[in-house]
Design a protein around this ligand. Sequence first.
Ligand SMILES: C[S@@+](CC[C@H](N)C(=O)[O-])C[C@H]1O[C@@H](n2cnc3c(N)ncnc32)[C@H](O)[C@@H]1O
Length: 277
Amino acid sequence: MRSATRVRTAQRGQAGAEKEVRAGYGPWQAASVNREEMSQIAHADHPVKAPLDDVSVRRLLERAVPRADARVLDLGCGSAEWLLRALDNHPHLHAEGVDLSEEALALADRAAGRLGVRERLVLHHRSAEDFTSAKPFDLVLSVGATHAFGGLLPTLAAAREHLAPGGRVLIGEGFWDREPSPEAVEMLGDFADLATTVDRVVAAGWTPIGGHVSTRRELDDYEWACWGSLASWGLDRPADPDGAQALETAGIRRSEWLRVYRDTWGFVSLVLRRTAD
Ligand SMILES: C[S@@+](CC[C@H](N)C(=O)[O-])C[C@H]1O[C@@H](n2cnc3c(N)ncnc32)[C@H](O)[C@@H]1O
């Protein structure tokens, strides 16, 4: 236990980490070596690890947080940006975040200290699939982390297990905005189109009560921020092999984005309630 923010350690889930590299999507798959460090550098100017701007995050949270003293869980919280913003806006809200990345949780812990919300945040260093809680949550988030559970519907099934009656889920997931190339599918994973994605969620017993489709600007801003931060970090270290690796990785990922998936990949965030329980 560290200070008032409890970082509970658990076995680092090798299988989960592997899944993120192979079946995740987007810029956080930055590097094969020092992947976590590369990911933190890449997200230095875009701490939300998904293509959403601050206004979109705020509006989705406004829609999703059901009441001022809600209990909120984030499965695959990263550096807990969503939880930190919810805690900052609601002085009586309590939050718990689960992630495999010790580095990301350490960032979350420090940020919680700066914001003065440590007393109300519990961070769990463990695989999201293994997380259990004696008390249910009023809101369960999972944004950009559905690969942790093997896809959108398994993530919703897992979220439901943690949900209090009448609770809400805020889930963020990729989709194909246009027909993807086989290379894009190989690189990012097997998504559906937007309408099919929402149809599947509804068929699984959920009703969207809010949502947001990331705009072209949000999608582009995210990629430019990630690869720009990583490239800039590399340029600042011309004599360091890590600098050269960062610069090379940034160039490869920027090119993959522009050539392989920029024109076909989209991202949707949904606020959901159970249709009937
Ligand atoms: C794209 S990031 C999204 C982070 C955060 N939700 C956000 O929007 O800023 C995906 C996160 O899922 C985490 N992750 C991947 N597999 C996981 C697993 N099996 N259990 C817990 N976290 C996992 C990664 O460490 C990473 O922090």
